[in-house]
Ligand binder design. Sequence first.
Ligand SMILES: Nc1nc2c(c(=O)[nH]1)N[C@H]1C(S)=C(S)[C@@H](COP(=O)(O)OP(=O)(O)OC[C@H]3O[C@@H](n4cnc5c(N)ncnc54)[C@H](O)[C@@H]3O)O[C@H]1N2
Ligand code: MOO
Length: 402
Amino acid sequence: MTLLPVDQALERILDGVKALPGESVRIEDAGGRVLANPLSAMRTQPPFHASAMDGYAVRAEDVQTPRGLRLRVIGESAAGNRFHGVVGIGEAVRIFTGAPVPEGADTILIQENATSLDDGFIEATSSVAIGRHIRKAGLDFHDGDVVLEQGRLLGPAGIGLAAAAGHAHLSVTERPLVAIIATGDELVRPGETCGPDQIVASNGFAIGALAKNDGARVLDLGIVNDNSAAISAAVRKAADAGAHVLVTLGGASVGARDLVRQALLEAGMSLDFWKIAMRPGKPLMFGRLGEMRVLGLPGNPVSSLVCAQLFLRPLVARLGQRNHTPDLRAAVLATPLRENDERRDYIRASVAAGPEGLIATPFPLQDSSMLTTLAAANALIVREPGAPAAEPGSRCRVLMLG
Ligand SMILES: Nc1nc2c(c(=O)[nH]1)N[C@H]1C(S)=C(S)[C@@H](COP(=O)(O)OP(=O)(O)OC[C@H]3O[C@@H](n4cnc5c(N)ncnc54)[C@H](O)[C@@H]3O)O[C@H]1N2
Ligand code: MOO
């Protein structure tokens, strides 16, 4: 059977996705949200020519031959309290960082380069180039400038900029709701006692963290036993909650206990594809259940997270009116790699800067159960289907893990 190539799988997952509508939120609640519209500045920053340093506002021509030149200090300009007069020849105004530069002055003499004399005069101890240490009005942005693009995932800098631009509320897209169901009789929650044949469920937490990081809400429906009725009940809960995406974990393969696909089909899912040309992650499944998109991720922890990286992230992004751009870079291999089979391979690696670019060192063990190597990896080497054996020093492509 020819397996579906990774790129086509992604196209089919994203096909017809409608972006969620916008809503207005307070700026203090907008971190991690996605801007629904371009954001224009409602003011100019700085709104006036401002001093970037503590010192004296002077006329540059007065401090070109500084030694011995005395300047009379005629007032003070502080942030929030400007000096209203004009700086004339031989005059200076005491000024502080962020304060408006008074009229007549064109340069800031920092206080380290001025000696204060007893009688209200200062003496410059160094010459200063004209315009030095002055932030021109509008240096950062002007009223009406688009300061943030639509689709921006708002992190600390974006939030700060939006606030500085005068916005108390922001229009952001509704957050996609990602429901997660972990399946398997062998699974217990972290902190619970494991029976002799059990392991701790980790995938749901990892996928939940990934989705939240990309601006989604997560509905964790917990662990469901390998039992069709229980799986169907959890699927109904996801649909009733209005999940935009349902992620199932495990039970995707061909074993007799791999019941997820059947349960979903019985619940009315139309299957788009099952199994793709990818390692790890071959048993990936995708379908639609009403408005809900269903991603059936393989149970192996690395397979599920690599699939989430490649397919869930772009889906969450698209729902939020955002584009997800994978960080693909060129690198050279540090160690040899065997020839590849018909699946695109994503090999956990450590990528570091070398003298002539990035060097990718694959981890020697690539078993898809091993989270230690995934947590240690900062990139995945992407090997195309049928790629020939590669020697150290040969070029490769790496997907950086954010
Ligand atoms: N005969 C074949 N066997 C398998 C094939 C195949 O093509 N033919 N594919 C293999 C590949 S590739 C993968 S990947 C796995 C995927 O299997 P499932 O999606 O059915 O996953 P499970 O069997 O339920 O679990 C696999 C593995 O992962 C552990 N697991 C499951 N859920 C979690 C969780 N939430 N947290 C942590 N670990 C989890 C589970 O205990 C198993 O060890 O199938 C291969 N088999
Ligand atoms: O595709 Mo499985 O994900 O190789 O372990």
